[in-house]
Design a protein around this ligand. Sequence first.
Ligand code: HEM
Length: 278
Amino acid sequence: MALIDNNGSHELLGADASGQLVIHAPTTAPLRQPPRKSRWPARLDMLQSASGLFLALFLMAHMFFVSSILISHDAFYTVARFFEGAYFLGKPYPILVSGVVSIILAVFIGHAWLAMRKFPAGYRQYRAFVTHKNSLRHGDTSLWWLQIWTGFALFFMATIHLYDMLTQPALIGPYESADRVWTGNMWPLYLMLLFAAELHASVGLYRLAIKWGWFTAATPNRSRRRLRWAKHGISAFFITLGLVTLAAYVDLGRAHAERAGERYVPTYLNAPHTAGKH
Ligand code: HEM
């Protein structure tokens, strides 16, 4: 006898030997509900976007603070002491910088952990994606690839820098930073970190804007074109600013190499022999 499950309602139809339609009573077997879809993937996606946005905005602000060395040595000194609370707590507390670094480090690790969900798992997935990417030749797919690689590089490079800042918060200043960059041999790391971080951040912001529909234009193609220009502009601006700033630290570090380790005293504290450009 054939049984037909009527849309899973358990109202079963059948036919007896003579072909007569028979309606069977609903069974008492418990219904198997389709499993409720978990909301966690969406929540994790949201967290990844929010942490990425936070880090990208932090990075932009950070570049402006660090590049204050281009204004004058005193300007950078003032910014560094400001973050140590010197102007509102009476004296500098470098531990405050360590506190901020800990927050950034925690968000950075969380963001990397969330991003790892999307990394290709194993060689077969990796090959499948590369083949797919090469055949598709779609700009956004290639950008995703660039983000995977720059993100992977940031795992290592940003962690070294953050550890430095966490453990030596008091050694931030014109001479202190320039000595670290040049005499401390940090400039090659900063150079690579600059490109990886700026490309990763600008591609990340672009992808966020596409994903959440920010700054849309009349047509999807026009939106995409507009966002691409913004992305290129942001990368070019911050990479240029970063390179010029890094060159300034290298310059000062080289000039100060003989006296590496000496602390900077701002001109307004009246120490003529340590005065920098102002
Ligand atoms: C709260 C956390 C951070 C602090 C306090 C900090 C502070 C600094 C300081 C003081 C410098 C100047 C050089 C030196 O003193 O060694 C610098 C340079 C740099 N930082 Fe950070 N940083 C932080 C987080 C980050 C993050 C998360 C990134 C990237 C992912 C980053 C990327 C860079 C780069 C690329 C340079 C070189 C500057 C240039 O090329 O102009 N920093 N940072």
